[in-house]
Design a protein around this ligand. Structure first.
Ligand code: HEC
Length: 410
């Protein structure tokens, strides 16, 4: 399953959808059986009976308290100014939308908006919530189903799921169709396989990839024919965004380059694992091709190589790496490399995440078995060639020490 290109019809759908985006706030509240894998359900239920108090701040409303409750570090903040999502009338280069995340939940916050947006994988697909963010008092969550959020994130709550994309934009953040592309496209999904130079159109980026060009920070705008015009030649090593917009209105002044790279990896990984889990539960089967794709992505087989060192903020890196399981040698799958690749030990830390843990046991075993084939060098298709024997040994040792069911399976 690949969702690299958004085709014209989807793009038009997106644009039309965004015009009526505000109506999502009036979406139906649902009272379905609570999905235990839904990380928001308990909080929403408690809030509805007044049993949960979240602190309301004048500047950010419930945002900080919500992130704290969900154990999401504020340094995960990444900022997107393309008018691509719900509430796009509020979003633009002077008021980017902020996204915060951990391995479980993503939260979107838009300046001047009356709601916070929340999205997380659960048992049978993504769950979507908004939290009213206008005034203090009991937090009011609304669960959204169907087209409210699904018209862009996947009407069946599955595909494409979490979205990270590079969008060519005009000066005010409006997406540009690129007519030279067949089919014309609005934006392109990005993940760790995308060359860094093709990432981050429509995003702010603090930090640098060895000063190499990328599409972030409004480096290029596009004319009506979709021709790129260099607008900001200083875009590639930005540490201070205050020249672009009022950073004091955000929890952090950053849109950290490493946080962006991590979320890009994670969004696609989450989408793949969730789709595989739902299919496996429906059919009692997981296809070998799906296992192969998952294992290749987990092992960063097709990762776009870094051209030089990536420098981002210390705060994100220490928060992210600090929360990882470590073996006796203090190694963790969350340790960064940032010289030739994203991670030091290239196996996705998402192997510890709820979306991985909730795969049916037979699906997990199939993934473990294939992982083991590769890690033990029994089968080394060319796409895994970049994993050295030392990489494979390190990963294996870390897994055996930190993932009891992997150790038990082998
Ligand atoms: C018009 C299309 C559209 C609709 C409708 C929409 N979203 Fe999104 N959403 C996006 C896009 C595109 C992104 C990726 C970031 C960006 O470009 O702003 C995104 C990103 C997000 C994120 C951050 C995680 C991620 O996937 O990058 C959250 C959380 C989110 N949306 C929640 C919601 C919720 C909740 C709803 C329904 C109330 C909703 N969205 C409706 C288009 C949409």
């Amino acid at each position: 399953m690949r969702f690299r290109l958004i085709t014209t019809s989807v793009a038009i759908f997106l644009l039309a959808a965004s015009a009526i985006g505000a109506s999502a706030q009036d979406g139906k509240e649902t009272h379905l059986v609570i999905d235990r894998a839904d990380p928001i359900a308990g909080l929403a239920a408690q809030a509805s009976t007044g049993r949960t108090a979240l602190e309301f701040e004048p500047d950010h409303g419930f945002l900080r308290a919500l992130l704290q409750y969900l154990s999401i570090d504020t340094h995960t903040q990444i900022l997107v100014f393309s008018k691509t999502s719900l509430q796009d009338k509020w979003i633009g280069p002077s008021a980017p939308r902020a996204i915060y995340f951990n391995d479980r939940v993503a939260v979107g916050a838009v300046q001047n908006s009356s709601v916070l947006e929340i999205m997380a994988p659960a048992s049978m697909g993504y769950v979507f919530y908004t939290l009213e963010n206008k005034s203090a008092g009991s937090p009011r969550f609304t669960k959204h189903e169907g087209a409210d959020c699904g018209r862009c994130h996947g009407a069946d709550n599955l595909e494409p799921g979490l979205i990270v994309a590079s969008t060519p934009v005009t000066r005010d953040g409006t997406p540009v169709f690129i007519p030279s592309q067949r089919p014309p496209r609005l934006f392109e999904f990005t993940d760790h396989t995308t060359p860094v130079g093709e990432r981050w159109g429509g995003w702010y980026v603090t930090g640098s990839h060895a000063g190499q060009p990328h599409l972030g920070n409004g480096a290029f705008t596009y004319d009506d024919a979709g021709r790129p015009q260099i607008q900001n030649a200083d875009a590639f090593s930005v540490t201070d965004l205050s020249g672009y917009f009022d950073t004091s209105r955000y929890l952090e002044p950053t849109s950290d380059i490493v946080a962006l790279m991590v979320f890009e990896h994670q969004a696609k990984m989450t989408n793949m694992l969730l789709a595989a889990g739902v299919m496996a539960r429906r059919t009692n089967h997981i296809a070998a091709a799906a296992v192969e794709d998952i294992v290749a992505y987990m092992l960063f087989a097709d990762e776009a190589p870094l051209i030089g060192p990536v420098s981002g903020g210390e705060a994100f890196q220490s928060a992210f790496a600090g929360s990882g399981q470590r073996d006796l040698k203090r190694r963790s799958l969350r340790d960064f490399d940032l010289r030739t690749r994203l991670f030091k030990y290239p196996l996705s830390y998402m192997i510890y995440s709820p979306v991985f843990e909730s795969l049916p046991p037979f699906a997990k075993q199939a993934i473990y078995a294939r992982l083991l084939d590769i890690l033990e060098g029994r089968d080394m298709p060319p796409r895994f060639a970049r994993l050295s024997s030392e990489d494979r040994r390190n990963i294996m040792e870390i897994l055996r020490a930190t993932k009891p069911d992997f150790g038990a399976a082998n």
